[in-house]
Design a protein around this ligand. Structure first.
Ligand code: 9WN
Length: 422
């Protein structure tokens, strides 16, 4: 492998998945714009074309809701039949405050300010001339304000997700017990996704039954979970670590454009210290908090390692020990598994229930560098780039064999490989 062949191929993939205003995650399986994908994609795209990276984020924020939320998916109306649930399911035009383009009412993890700052740093002159940060800053502030006002329960500090899709780690074992208590929709659910990936590489029909039931309930109450007793509510460690990291980035952005960084530092510190309550000493990792049952979900997943991104994290040494231990890398994992390798239900090929995802390993690499663990960061970077190139930039891989699964020519795999290869 040479860095230039990697960069060339990654560039071709991002070119192929470029729709004119944004990059689709994968041309067949995911034909629309996804929120946290666009942020990861912009981080790599900045090395190909900083102006396209800026457009990627601008186009996503053009579909921000009036209440500040950044939608999980912005739909391409021309591809309505190619992904479900589609725009017709959400009918966002019927909801007050929704943007012009059709979107879902759910959100995804808030990694956007991190991406905006990194995009800026790749081409400071161009960014300043385009007034990129001036334009995006109030939108990013409104997005974080949505989290504070709508997703933080009274007496808490961390933001909650209201649907597994919002975690970005859809069928993670973290959600199993809660989902088992929920109904499923009775009708047949269309699965165009199965034309592009094996059924054993996607969430099951049973899982989709519950996902739809929950999404319908959310939609039918105007995309606001605060009506009645919402039955799926979790504080996810990765979602909140990204929120805190994004507040740190917003502080930098604020300073750059002559605004006050202090409120962002304060929020970042508050979220980081609230994450303490999710740390599980015996697992050596952060876990999710079930805000309906008022109990932690004591399972080790890669989401619980993502707080490593945060400077000054008091549990960094323990997290790094856990990462190196049998739960994750052990002696021979190539990339970070998505779920506890020692768990009896770990499956190295099934979506978020074991395989390694490139965005998660990229975040762990950034976290290792934040905590001066360059040797391990370097070795993960080598495996990351080699596996991406060898297997046509797959969506995810078996952590031990590196065998590819899910979509190929997957945009964030290409973008983040490009970023690491710099
Ligand atoms: C639902 C687009 C998205 C990623 C998620 C990943 C997968 C969608 C799906 O694909 O989720 O949002 O259909 O399974 O889990 O992280 O953003 O790449």
């Amino acid at each position: 492998m040479t860095w230039s062949s990697l960069a060339d191929e990654a560039g071709r993939i991002l070119e192929g998945n470029w729709s004119g205003g944004y990059t689709t995650p994968a041309s067949g399986l995911y034909p629309h714009q996804w929120s946290w994908d666009s942020a990861f994609i912009a981080i790599g795209l900045r090395w190909l074309s900083a102006s396209r990276a800026r457009t990627e984020l601008d186009s996503l924020f053009a579909s921000q809701w009036a209440d500040g939320r950044v939608p999980q998916i912005v739909y391409d109306p021309a591809r309505e039949d190619d992904y479900q649930p589609g725009a017709a399911f959400w009918d966002s035009a019927a909801i007050s405050g929704a943007p012009e383009r059709p979107t879902t009412g759910l959100v995804q993890p808030p990694n956007h300010a991190v991406a905006a700052w990194l995009v800026h740093t790749a081409d400071i002159e161009g960014s300043r001339q385009a007034r990129f940060l001036e334009r995006l800053y109030p939108k990013l502030v409104a997005w974080h304000q949505y989290l504070t006002m709508t997703r933080v329960s009274p007496g808490r500090t961390l933001a909650a997700i209201v649907h597994p899709w919002e975690s970005g780690t859809d069928n993670s074992p973290l959600w199993d017990d809660a989902l088992a208590t929920l109904p499923k929709v009775a009708r047949d659910i269309p699965r165009p996704d199965l034309e592009h990936a094996g059924a054993d590489e996607r969430p099951s029909q049973k899982e989709y039954g519950t996902y739809y039931w929950l999404a319908e309930a959310y939609r039918d109450q105007g995309c606001d979970h605060r009506e009645g007793q919402w039955r799926f509510l979790f504080e996810d460690p990765s979602f909140n670590a990204l929120w805190s990291a994004s507040e740190h980035a917003l502080a930098r952005i604020a300073t750059e454009i002559g605004r006050d960084p202090v409120p962002h530092h304060e929020r970042a510190r508050a979220v980081t210290s609230a994450l303490d309550s999710l740390y599980d000493e015996s697992l050596g990792v952060f876990v999710a908090w079930d805000a309906v049952r008022h109990a932690p979900v004591r399972k080790a997943t890669v989401s619980g390692l993502i707080p490593l991104l945060l400077p000054g994290l008091t549990q960094a040494d323990q997290l790094i020990r856990t990462l190196r231990g049998p739960t994750f890398l052990g002696d021979h994992a190539l990339l970070v598994p998505s779920y506890d390798a020692t768990a009896p239900d770990h499956d190295p090929t099934q979506y978020w229930r074991g395989p390694s995802w490139f965005n998660m390993t990229w975040m762990v690499i950034q976290g290792l560098r934040t905590h001066d663990q360059d040797a391990l960061a370097d070795s993960l970077t080598q495996h990351f780039c080699a596996l991406a190139l060898e297997h046509d930039f797959p969506e995810y891989v078996d952590p031990w064999t590196g065998a590819p699964h899910g979509a190929r020519r997957f945009s964030w795999t290409a973008a983040l490989a490009l970023d690491l290869a710099r």
